[in-house]
Design a protein around this ligand. Structure first.
Ligand SMILES: Cc1cc2nc3c(=O)[nH]c(=O)nc-3n(C[C@H](O)[C@H](O)[C@H](O)COP(=O)(O)OP(=O)(O)OC[C@H]3O[C@@H](n4cnc5c(N)ncnc54)[C@H](O)[C@@H]3O)c2cc1C
Length: 400
């Protein structure tokens, strides 16, 4: 056995991304013994993310610290297929993070509350007893196979999650509900305006969009996400991104390239027996923005607190553990479903309609224009969605 760890923990968290570290932190803070297993050599690498978050989204989870903020964002600029553009402020400020540092800070916070973090620890299965009950986790650490016993497992192992599958949770998605993404971190270009840019259009990014998230005045994450069902041989996300780069940034230099998937259909299947899934593993990404950092942290708090309650009361029953999905549903369930409907409206829009949408929104005075108005204009011919948008419940959650 590795000297740093015990043979038993109340809770084992698999994955030290934002959702895993926040789960571990809230479980440890509530008195549980917690082990976090992370397969990479440190949390936060490799970065497969555009690193954008809202200020209000991260504030409840960690004190804002300049060391993990690359830039401040004050608004967004939407570019229609015909080249028209529209600026949107009034949705609150945000940041482009340095996720290497940010993810590590979240993991450090969990450790400061009493959790144990083991890196280079690759979970390979869940252990079961004769009755088929999950009793712990099997993982590989420096060529050694180690078994750890625990009462609850939290699967925070990201979009390619295996924990759900091992536990018998159906985590499959149709191709149209997974965006395939490619992103360059670009240097030697000019990003002066403290805005995130989004480019839409069938030719530009079928079933998705291209983003520019500036990290400094000369560096940005420039990426694309397209519907998984829109890729064709030789025409994956990189194909479209390269056309865009040639057009807008022919002289920039590309430092890093990453590929990644984003689950865009809101999940609702997070718990089975004593296994809880959080974050990308549970498909808790905002379906329209693809943002999952804040969503994962919200889920992590709910899952960590619920798991700790079950341990404290020595009652790992469905009745107690279901508090986690219930809290998620109360806070974000309707919002996730609404965002999914809006996403489908946007992504199915022909270019001409997108052009008209931007023209129509340009008539709204800039100090009144926000996401709510954009969505209202998008769904103005759909009374059911309009009614949903009008409920304050949904509107109040649009910023997450
Ligand atoms: C191109 C791209 C751009 C994005 N841009 C944004 C953005 O701007 N803003 C935003 O909010 N979201 C963005 N997202 C989504 C965001 O990155 C995720 O939603 C977020 O990282 C989810 O956090 P998580 O903790 O659930 O999973 P992850 O951050 O993926 O963490 C999972 C962790 O589990 C570890 N792991 C996996 N399997 C095992 C195992 N078997 N054993 C041990 N450890 C394991 C991994 O190494 C990893 O550290 C983007 C995604 C992509 C692909």
């Amino acid at each position: 056995m590795h000297s740093k760890i015990n043979s038993f923990y109340d809770i084992v968290v698999i994955g030290a991304g934002p959702s895993g570290s926040v789960s571990a932190r809230f479980a440890a803070e509530n008195g549980c013994s917690v082990l976090i297993l992370e397969r990479d050599r440190e949390p936060g690498i490799p970065v497969r993310c555009a690193e954008g978050v809202s200020h209000t989204g991260i504030l409840p989870f960690i004190e804002i610290d300049k060391k993990w903020i690359c830039s401040k964002i004050v608004g967004a600029k939407l570019h229609s297929p015909n080249g028209e553009s529209l600026e949107m402020y009034n949705n609150g400020d945000g940041y482009v993070l340095d996720r290497r540092v940010f993810d590590r800070a979240l993991a450090d916070l969990a450790v400061s509350k009493g959790a144990t973090l083991l890196t280079k620890a690759d979970a390979i299965d869940l252990n079961k007893n004769d009755k088929g009950e999950i009793t712990g986790v099997k993982f590989k650490h420096q060529n050694e196979i180690i078994d750890i016993n625990c009462k609850i497992v939290i699967g925070a192992d990201g979009v390619e999650s295996q924990v759900g599958r091992w536990a018998g949770i159906d985590t499959s998605l149709s191709l149209s509900d997974i965006d395939t993404c490619c992103q360059y971190t670009v240097n030697n270009a000019n990003f002066e305006d403290e805005l995130c840019h989004f480019y839409f259009g069938r030719e530009i990014a079928p079933g998705g969009y291209i983003w520019i998230f500036p990290k400094s005045k000369t560096q940005a994450n420039i990426g694309i996400g397209i519907g998984g069902d829109m890729t064709k041989p030789g025409k994956g996300p990189r194909y479209y991104l390269d056309i865009f780069m040639d057009k807008y940034f022919p002289n920039s230099s590309i430092n890093y390239m990453v590929y990644g998937g984003v689950p865009t259909r809101a999940g609702n299947n997070f718990v089975k027996d004593n296994v809880l899934l959080v974050g990308d593993a549970a498909h808790q990404v905002n379906p329209i923005t693809g943002g999952g950092i804040v969503q994962g942290m919200i889920a992590g708090k709910f899952a960590g607190e619920t798991a700790a309650k079950a341990i404290r009361e020595n009652n790992i029953s469905k009745k107690i553990l279901k508090e986690y999905p219930n809290r998620w549903e109360d806070m974000l369930g309707a919002n996730q479903r609404f965002m999914y409907s809006i996403k489908n409206k946007f992504m199915d829009m022909p270019d001409e309609k997108l052009n008209n949408l931007v023209s129509a929104c340009k008539k709204i005075p800039q100090n009144e224009f926000n996401l709510y108005k954009l969505f209202k204009e998008t769904i103005k011919e759909d009374p059911v969605l309009l009614a949903k948008l009008a409920t304050s419940f949904v509107v109040s959650k649009l910023k997450v």
